[in-house]
Design a protein around this ligand. Structure first.
Ligand code: NAD
Length: 551
């Protein structure tokens, strides 16, 4: 019987598998579970409450074994974190095909999912946990930075200097919030009920200080705001208590959002439950726990709406907290918008989304070289330059060194081909794994998040992620995944991912050109189809073929 143990991906140029495509999948699977990367590696949980990289340790061992011996014309099939077959395919085919957490519509509830999970038949894959391209908190940092920059542009004259943001959740993803706000020159108070989450963010330099109480946090925040000095402050507590208290006190908050694990009611701490008892209570009485968590979320969201009424900029950060509060009977839960329609959709129309790559060498100097290549390729993009420079200075790598930036249609393929050339010439010491988050322009159907309030009402149409996965398989991606649930929970989304390896070969370069053109191309055609003129303009300008429009 195999059990928990520390996992770390190999570094350097020596192969453990039969080729770099397989080696990349192997290293990225292991990297997802590296204690520096994963939130709870002993339970195979990478991030997002219960998002796992493998169903159990036996499955993990079997995947490692299989990837080590997998040939260039073979494909391993993974069903919710468990390897279920190896098929002969061909060298253009993905080396791994993954389907995680998918259930038939009427059965797609947390209750049924938990029942099947308890039987050992499935696992929750979240987005990049079960598709092996999670790169730690940096992965979300850039998207969060972009979102707060968009908030600044919309309401505060292009900077968050002189403003205070109040949010909760300092986990794997939520932990990016403090640094994203201070990178935009603002002040932020972040509530979390887990003292380790606060300590971890301070250790990784994502969070500046911890306050002893809400009063202390507000004092520190107003001093920094008045001096227009960026500062991030962690405070221990339950958000469903702290936010209502802050509202009652008339705290001078300008922006409110949230990134607790609200999408999974078993990962949100109900009011009155000590943090130390949370896990046992959730395991022993899931129905009870769920009801109390939802009631607490209703209080939490009610306070967010209170801040909205008081004039603050308030948005849902994609964790479904409005949906959960509504289930608990809070009628005004949807009084504030999700962040995608509020700030991100114009970027999606250009096929923009979170493009990321990891250095399989393990050498941070490889990432520094790719940073320079990005600056060289897109000299006219000022916000990209600011991000890459700040990231180079302030981002602490977790696991294999990696970088993320948002690039659109016509840009990602150029970057990918340049990276492949750099591997071929020896400028990079080993290949790169190039992928993306599923918080993306053309690979997600998620009516509370990526596809909320689509112009043509097509929010729940889930053909798009399936087409995206198929086009990535057909284009030569190294591994492709189709997931259900992701960041918003069971029954609420379908989404697909891809990772393609820049191995420095000619074939690798051809695959990269197709995948990194077609994958963001799905974002452009998705938004053209929904009637966005901005996407039509991008399609016309950059030559994306849309039969109903251009032919
Ligand atoms: P995580 O499980 O790693 O962290 C959640 C944190 O919330 C934990 O530190 C936990 O202690 C804290 N928490 C739980 N209940 C709380 C309560 N009542 N009061 C205060 N703190 C509480 O999860 P994560 O990876 O950080 O993701 C957080 C949420 O954000 C998820 O729902 C995820 O799907 C969503 N998310 C959204 C986006 C996006 O759209 N921008 C991106 C990533 C994640």
């Amino acid at each position: 019987m195999s059990g928990p143990r520390p996992v770390r991906a190999p570094r350097g140029t020596e192969l453990t598998a039969l080729g770099w495509q397989q080696e990349a999948a192997l290293r990225m699977l292991q990297n997802n579970l590296d204690p520096e990367v994963a939130e709870h590696p002993d339970r195979l949980v990478v991030y997002g409450g219960t998002g796992k990289a493998a169903r159990d340790w036996r499955s993990f061992d079997a995947m490692v074994r299989t990837l080590t011996t997998l040939k260039q014309d073979e494909t391993m099939l993974v069903q919710s974190g468990r390897p279920v077959g190896v098929m002969q395919t061909h060298e253009w085919a993905p080396r791994v095909l993954i389907a995680n957490s998918n259930l038939v519509g009427d059965w797609a509830t947390w209750e049924e999912f938990r029942r099947l999970e308890a039987l050992g038949l499935t696992m929750y894959g979240q987005m990049t946990a079960g598709s092996w391209i999670y790169i730690g908190t940096q992965g979300i940092l850039q998207g969060t930075y972009e979102t707060f920059a968009a908030v600044a542009a919309k309401r505060f004259g292009g900077t968050l200097a002189g403003t205070i943001t109040l949010t909760a959740g300092l986990g794997g993803m939520g932990g990016a919030q403090p640094l994203a706000v201070t990178m935009n020159d603002g002040v932020v108070i972040c509530v979390d009920c887990d003292p380790r989450a606060i300590e971890r963010r301070i250790e990784h330099r994502y969070l500046d200080v911890r306050a002893d109480s809400l009063d202390h946090a507000l004092r520190l925040a107003t001093e920094a705001r008045d001096a227009r000095r960026p500062l991030s402050i962690g405070v221990l507590g339950n958000a469903a208590e702290v936010l209502p208290r802050a509202l009652e006190m008339g705290a001078p908050i300008d922006i409110v959002t949230d990134q607790t694990s609200a999408h999974d009611p078993l990962a949100y701490l109900p009011v009155g439950v000590p943090f130390d008892e949370m896990a046992a209570y959730a395991a022993e009485k899931p129905a009870d726990f769920t009801q109390r968590a939802r009631e607490s979320m209703a209080r939490h969201v009610e306070a967010m709406v209170g801040f909205l009424d008081a004039g603050a900029e308030v948005f849902d950060y994609g964790n479904s907290i409005r949906g959960e509060a509504k289930l608990a009977g809070y009628e005004r839960a949807f009084a504030f918008p999700g962040f995608v329609p509020a700030y991100i959709r114009p970027l999606f129309c250009e096929g923009k989304g979170p493009f990321r790559w990891a250095a399989l060498s393990g050498d941070p100097a490889d990432i520094a070289r790719t940073d320079r290549a990005i600056l060289d390729l897109f000299p006219e993009n000022e916000s990209l330059r600011r991000w890459i420079t700040l990231a180079g200075e302030r981002v602490h790598f977790q696991g294999l060194p990696a970088r993320i930036c948002w690039l659109g249609y016509g840009e990602r393929d150029r970057a990918g081909e340049r990276f492949n050339d750099m591997v071929a010439s020896g400028e990079l010491t080993a290949p790169l794994a190039i992928g993306r988050d599923h918080l993306d322009c053309g690979s997600v159907a998620s009516p509370y998040r990526e596809t909320e309030a689509m112009r043509d009402g097509s929010d729940a149409i889930a053909d798009w992620p399936l087409l995206n996965a198929m086009v990535n398989v057909a284009s030569g991606a190294s591994w492709v995944s189709i997931h259900h649930g992701g960041g918003v929970g069971m029954g609420r989304s379908l989404h697909a991912g891809q990772v393609t390896v820049a191995d420095g070969t000619k074939l690798g370069g051809e695959k990269i050109r197709r995948v990194l053109t077609n994958d963001p191309g799905m974002g452009v055609i998705r938004h053209v189809d929904a009637g966005y003129e901005a996407a039509e303009a991008v399609a016309a300008e950059r030559g994306v073929r849309v039969p109903m429009i251009s032919e």
